[in-house]
Ligand binder design. Structure first.
Ligand code: PXG
Length: 477
């Protein structure tokens, strides 16, 4: 059998019948997945997702799953939006591709750039398009360094980020990021990147009020600036709320203090809004909610709700003015910068977010509801504490509960209770992500109050079965 006929035979009968085992065999034989232990995947076989609608997914065995992670923090408008598919289809017929190099542009890219200038915080009138969040952050590194060259301070090269931050998987993205597991593979971070601690109150705030801890954690930036030398620092970058790191929500005092320190030392401030942008926290951009005014904003994911890849950098007045008025050529760009079909998807996606007032709904209705439901989960014997911000939430599984977040006793890391819990979630038809023993959700912004109830009820059942297993294994204190 040729590979082509083999592949077409995998869909064996009616449109919804798949040969799961054969798909898993081919998958293990040929497809290298991101962030995956391939030997382990080969043993288990990958879950094959074949269809989605609204906030639900179906796998190749016909199992229906409620998607608590919006794909991967991105399907903000929810699945099954025919109008996004139609917009992309029409654009592919009209002009599937043309580049934006050499004095050329295309209609969807122009319209999207103008719309983003309207939607973004005051002072942002320009956008640079990329294909992903990682490329957005690579662009930021190059843009920031070019800015300082043009400003006559080329020695300002160092970019400060935070441990446990995620800024992408390219060399610059992974260097900006603070994931120890990524740095350990292949000599990262590159020179010119430095890191400070994250504002994680549960881990590091013992003995302090949240407000005091926010100021204390922001102070680590000033210490680092003084250690490296202010004249060498180009920028500080952070996610308003850390996503992949486990939905780490900083105290309200943190970002304004970071802003003050950046201004004091004349350092550019970058907000990585790849997850927080386009409504996740109940504001169009996370920096608006957290009360700071960055110079540059990275975005991706929610801009198209993941229907087609697109990312970019919103460039504030200070950097844009220097690049445009003094810069000449900025020798940077991608074949797919301003891809017409991706920009068409974004235009329709943003129209939906606006027409259905999804961002306002997160702020006023679904976000507060998720908060109430997650707070109630802390009554469960396994849940030490739970935090939410908009439609992003995390809860910590603990071996022994305590009177405060600092008095809970964690499970030993080797027991991998978070992964165990994630398996119960998958088996019971709900997707949650495990970051260590912190279980997180970031569902589509289109999720209704009733669907939040459905998701949280399923989560409760899975917490019960996880508890049973943990007790059976003798791990629960
Ligand atoms: N910045 C942030 C804040 C992100 O969350 C990126 C940049 C990189 O975007 P691209 O499009 O290059 O992937 C991200 C991506 C997880 C997970 O497990 C999160 C991301 C990617 C993969 C996995 O939570 N975020």
């Amino acid at each position: 059998m040729t590979t082509n006929s083999l592949v077409s035979s995998l869909r064996i009968a009616a449109p919804e019948t798949y040969d799961t085992q054969e798909l898993q065999r081919l998958d293990a034989a040929h497809y290298l997945h991101p962030f995956t232990d391939h030997a382990a995947l080969r043993e288990r076989g990958a879950r094959v997702i074949v269809r989605a609608d609204d906030v639900y997914l179906w796998d190749s065995d016909g199992k229906k799953i409620i998607d608590g992670m919006a794909g991967l923090w991105c399907v903000n408008a929810g699945y099954g939006r025919a109008s996004i598919a139609d917009a992309v289809h029409a654009q592919l017929l009209q002009l599937p591709f043309y580049n934006s190099f050499f004095n050329t542009t295309n209609v969807p890219a122009v319209k999207l750039a103008a719309l983003l200038a309207e939607l973004s915080p005051t002072g942002f009138q320009h956008v640079f398009f990329t294909g992903s969040g990682s490329e957005a952050n690579d662009t930021i590194v190059r843009m920031v360094r070019r800015y300082w060259q043009l400003a006559g301070k080329p020695e300002r090269e160092v970019i400060i980020s935070r441990r446990n931050a995620y800024h992408g998987s390219t060399l610059a993205g992974a260097s900006l990021g603070g994931m120890a597991g990524m740095h350990a593979q292949g000599g990262l971070p590159l020179p010119g990147f430095d890191h400070i601690g994250q504002p994680n109150y549960a881990e590091d705030g013992r003995g302090m009020s949240e407000a005091a801890f926010g100021l204390h954690a922001a102070g680590w930036l000033e210490e680092k600036i003084l250690e490296v030398g202010p004249e060498k620092i180009a920028a500080f970058i952070g996610e308003p709320v850390q996503g992949a790191g486990g939905v780490i929500i900083p105290p309200a005092t943190y970002w304004p203090e970071i802003q003050r320190i950046c201004r004091k030392y004349d350092i550019l401030l970058v907000s990585d809004e790849v997850i927080c942008g386009f409504g996740r926290l109940g504001a169009w951009f996370g920096c608006q909610l957290m009360g700071f005014e960055p110079d540059l904003i990275a975005f991706a994911k929610g801009v198209t709700s993941g229907y087609v890849p697109l990312g970019g950098v919103l460039v504030g007045a200070r950097v844009a003015h220097t690049l445009i008025e003094k810069g000449g050529d900025f020798n940077h760009g991608f074949t797919y910068s301003g891809h017409p079909a991706a920009c068409a998807a974004a235009l329709e996606n943003i129209r939906i977010l606006q027409a259905e007032r999804l961002v306002e709904r997160v702020a006023l209705e679904t976000g507060p509801h998720l908060k109430a439901r997650f707070s109630a989960l802390t009554a469960h014997p396994l849940v030490g504490h739970a935090e939410t911000c908009g439609l992003a939430a995390g809860l910590n599984l603990v071996r022994r509960k305590g009177a405060s977040v600092h008095d809970c006793e964690a499970f030993p890391a080797l027991q991998a209770v978070g992964m165990l819990c994630r398996k119960h979630m998958f088996d019971n038809g709900v997707i949650m992500r495990a970051v260590g023993d912190r279980m997180i959700v970031a569902p589509p912004l289109s999720m209704t109050v009733g669907q939040i109830d459905e998701m949280v009820e399923r989560i409760g059942v899975c917490l019960d079965s996880t508890l049973e297993e943990v007790v059976r294994r003798g791990w629960y204190a």
